[in-house]
Design a protein. Structure first.
Length: 67
């Protein structure tokens, strides 16, 4: 599968942002653009998998170097 390229801090931020966006989807049932909150699935999934396809594409890595 994908190699891990998302560090601990980056991973935590992605999970928090993803959960916040999905909570916005649940909390605002009458909003006209409510479906936009579903974009929170992307940061949540990349945070949980510790892998980001865009990071791989651009050669980025926020994981700390292993000693």
């Amino acid at each position: 599968m994908f190699s891990k390229n998302v560090g601990k801090t980056d991973r935590l931020i992605r999970i928090i942002v993803g959960l916040a966006l999905l909570a916005g989807f649940v909390v605002s049932p009458d909003a006209s653009y409510r479906w936009l909150y579903l974009i929170g699935i992307v940061p949540l999934a990349t945070g949980l998998m510790s892998s980001c396809a865009l990071y791989s594409l651009f050669g980025l890595n926020t994981c700390s170097a292993k000693k």
